[in-house]
Structures are given as structure tokens and as C-alpha cells.
Ligand binder design. Structure first.
Ligand SMILES: Cc1cc2nc3c(=O)[nH]c(=O)nc-3n(C[C@H](O)[C@H](O)[C@H](O)COP(=O)(O)OP(=O)(O)OC[C@H]3O[C@@H](n4cnc5c(N)ncnc54)[C@H](O)[C@@H]3O)c2cc1C
Length: 376
């Protein structure tokens, strides 16, 4: 069996590695000239270790044990049972590329996958060499789009792009008195439906950012936020991130089951926090399992879909939260609710969702009120 992967980033390289390890011939085409560009500071849960099956220490910049949550009038601190990991995208991508090459994956840079055509059981990928600007075609058994939020493979097949949102973050010097072991999150629903964050990369540097509707709003809000806190940015990182939608089934793109998407290309993103690293890796595991065992990819994604749908449900409620709702929510985080949040991480919502409701039944009332208010 031979496979082409479009996109040499986290989900594409991990899929390629898992397939090639079992003897599949895999070529990965990447449009950029360097792997892992642009660099990006990422925070992930300890689930990274479970989904990868290993944790390369060289990609970890920092580990954090505490998350401080702020609303307008109150705050609380969550002590994580297992620390969150701060990782660097470029380092992670290069690590995965090294692994993939080690099992025979061929990675071709400066080559853009432009589309595909189906011929019987085969799929022909159209690839452009960006140096010579010449296009050529390659016929394979399976084509995988791991080409990110604005996936060409997804667009060619479905004509519908994903619903996108903007993430913008600035690298700053860690503010005086800020513990490098603590992430800070501010909810301010007047400025963003999501939140602002401060993620310490080390004892000296932090990433401060937000999610916003578009880049203009993101820039205005972030610059204001930095000014208010006396922080000066020395680097900005931004890109579009796709939003998972309830009932999305677009990751299988051909009747012959030989064209698939994974990671951001399949909108495998938790829309509560707009995090796609761990979920994209779970997507990669599901896809490689389905290909290697002749199983249905959609079925292999069932567990991940339940997780993503729960995040979608919570996001629908949070999108309707006012400043007062956040004050109430954070005021409720104590006792059993706090213990549950400390024990279960945000990649384990399937396991913790009912426990959270059980620990604090007023959460249901708070969510229901926000939903009803938005309908009136
Ligand atoms: C500023 C910022 C901060 C973030 N922070 C976090 C975080 O803290 N935690 C978290 O979990 N997630 C975070 N995310 C989201 C996370 O980065 C993505 O969900 C994740 O990187 C997606 O990985 P991927 O491999 O699926 O796609 P991508 O990393 O987008 O990779 C797609 C690859 O395909 C290549 N490509 C695109 N088109 C083509 C083509 N036609 N042909 C060939 N190659 C192509 C691209 O060059 C790229 O290398 C953040 C995103 C941003 C923008």
C-alpha cells in the first residue's frame, strides 16, 4: 500500500509515522521550506504522553501545576493533579519528522498538494514543486489531507471550508511576581467570547494571547490588554484555527474510502479552549488504525467525536455568558467541583462531564439561564 500525506506538521507526521512503522510506503509533501514554521508556544495536557505513547523531553519548555482563573470580580486557583505541558511547535514537528524518517517516511519540502482526482480504487494527487512551479501527478492508494485549517484536500472534495477563528498571541517577558509554574486565564466577555491567557514558557518568557472573531479584533484587544498590564511584545504568533461543528462527518472524502483528512484539516479541535494538538494526534491514531486494519475511519473517530461534541456543547453555553455569569461560575469552583477539575484534565471531558454536573448541580441552572436569555 502507498500513501501520500499533504502537510508535514503534527497530525500529518504522526499519521505518517504510525503507518510507515507497520510497513506502509508513505510520502509527505509540505509546502513550506522548513518544518514547524512558524514557531508557536502551545499548552497541552498530560494526555499528550498517552496519545503519543512517549514524551520527548526536548519538546517540553515548561510544566505548570496551577491554573488561575479570573473573572471581573473574583478568582480561583486550580492545582492540577498532573501538570500541563508547555511545548514548542517547531521542536515537536522536527521531533515527529525525525521519528517518521526513521521508519522510512519520505518528506518532500516546498511541494504543495493542489488537489486530487479519483480513478477507480486509486487516487491521483496533483502536486506543485514550488521552486520550479511545475505541477506533476502521483497515483496512490490513499491520500491524507493533514494540511491545516484551510485544507486544500477538504476544499476540493467538499467545497465547504471550516468555520475559522483567529488565535493571536504575543511573547513577552514574564511579568514580575508571576510564578512560572502558573497559567493565568482571564474571562472578559465584553472583549472576547473566549478568554485571555498567560502561559509561562520559562522563568523569563511567557505567551499572552486570545481567541477572537477576526485578526483586527484580536490585535486591538491584545494590544490593549498588554498596555493595561505594562507588557511589551517582542514576537507575535497568529493563525486561523478551525472550529469543530456538531455532527461534522467530513473527514472521509471519497466513496472508495481512500481520501481522508486529519487534525486541523478535519477540524479536530476542542472549541472550548481552541486546542487542536492532542485531538489531532488522536485523529492520527484513529486514521492509522482504520487504514492498517481495513476499518471505518468515522467509526474509529467515535470516542474523539464524543469528546469534541461535549466541548462544542459547553462552548455554545459559554458563548452566551455575561461577565456576571463568569463571576458566578468562578465563585462556584470550590469543594467537590474544584477537586473534579483538579483531577480530570480538559482532554477527559467524556469521563468528567457528568462528575462535574454531579459535583455542582448549579452549573446546569447557570448554563440553562444563559441559553434561555440568549433566546429571548
Ligand atoms: C497562536 C496559536 C496558538 C495555539 N495554541 C494552542 C495550544 O496552546 N494548544 C493546542 O492544543 N493548540 C493550540 N493551537 C492550535 C494548534 O496549533 C493546531 O490545532 C495544531 O497545530 C494543528 O496541527 P495540524 O498538524 O493538524 O495542522 P497544522 O499545524 O496547521 O499543519 C498543516 C501543515 O500543512 C502544510 N500545508 C498547508 N497546505 C498545504 C498544501 N496544500 N500542500 C502541502 N502542505 C500544506 C502547512 O504548511 C503545515 O505545515 C494554537 C494555534 C495558534 C495559531
Amino acid at each position: 500500500m502507498n500513501v501520500i500525506v499533504s502537510g508535514a506538521s503534527i497530525s500529518g507526521l504522526f499519521t505518517a509515522y504510525l503507518l510507515a512503522k507497520e510497513g506502509v510506503k508513505v510520502e509527505v509533501y509540505e509546502k513550506e521550506g522548513l518544518l514547524g514554521r512558524p514557531p508557536r508556544t502551545l499548552i497541552v495536557t498530560s494526555e499528550l504522553n498517552n496519545v503519543l505513547g512517549f514524551l520527548p523531553e526536548e519538546i517540553v519548555l515548561n510544566k505548570v501545576n496551577y491554573i488561575e482563573l479570573f473573572s471581573r470580580t473574583t478568582s480561583t486557583t486550580i492545582e492540577l493533579k498532573t501538570p500541563d505541558l508547555i511545548i514548542e511547535r517547531e521542536k515537536m514537528v522536527n521531533y515527529l519528522a525525525h521519528l517518521a524518517k526513521g521508519v522510512g517516511v519520505e518528506i518532500v519540502l516546498r511541494h504543495q498538494c493542489e488537489g486530487f482526482a479519483l480513478f477507480g480504487k486509486k487516487v491521483t494527487a496533483r502536486i506543485r514543486d514550488l521552486d520550479s512551479n511545475k505541477e506533476f501527478q502521483k497515483s496512490v492508494d490513499i491520500l491524507i489531507g493533514a494540511d491545516g485549517a484551510q485544507s486544500r484536500i477538504n476544499l476540493v472534495a467538499s467545497r465547504n471550508g471550516h468555520l475559522l477563528t483567529t488565535l493571536l498571541q504575543a511573547r513577552v517577558h514574564l511579568p514580575m511576581g508571576q510564578n512560572p509554574n502558573t497559567v493565568r486565564v482571564w474571562f472578559d466577555s465584553d472583549r472576547t467570547k473566549y478568554f485571555y491567557w498567560l502561559i509561562p514558557e520559562s522563568e523569563r518568557v511567557a505567551a499572552v494571547g486570545l481567541v477572537a472573531e477576526d485578526i483586527q479584533q484580536a490585535e486591538e484587544c491584545l494590544l490593549k490588554f498588554l498596555r493595561e498590564r505594562g507588557l511589551e511584545a517582542f514576537e507575535f504568533q497568529s493563525a486561523m484555527v478551525p472550529m469543530h461543528r456538531f455532527g461534522f462527518i467530513g473527514e472521509v472524502l471519497s466513496k472508495e474510502h481512500n481520501v481522508f483528512t486529519v487534525g486541523d484539516a478535519a477540524a479536530q479541535v476542542k472549541v472550548t479552549t481552541v486546542g487542536g494538538v492532542v485531538t489531532g494526534l488522536h485523529g492520527a491514531r484513529a486514521l492509522s488504525y482504520a487504514i492498517l486494519n481495513g476499518r471505518n475511519y468515522s467509526k474509529a473517530l467515535r470516542e474523539l467525536k464524543i469528546e469534541l461534541n461535549l466541548h462544542f456543547l459547553i462552548r455554545q453555553i459559554l458563548n452566551r455568558f455575561s461577565g456576571e455569569d463568569y463571576d458566578r461560575l468562578i465563585g462556584m469552583i470550590n469543594g467537590r467541583l474544584k477537586n473534579t477539575l483538579e483531577e480530570w484534565n480538559r482532554d477527559e471531558l467524556k469521563q468528567s462531564f457528568l462528575k462535574l454536573m454531579w459535583a455542582e448541580p448549579r452549573l446546569i441552572k447557570l448554563g440553562a439561564k444563559a441559553l434561555i436569555r440568549s433566546l429571548l
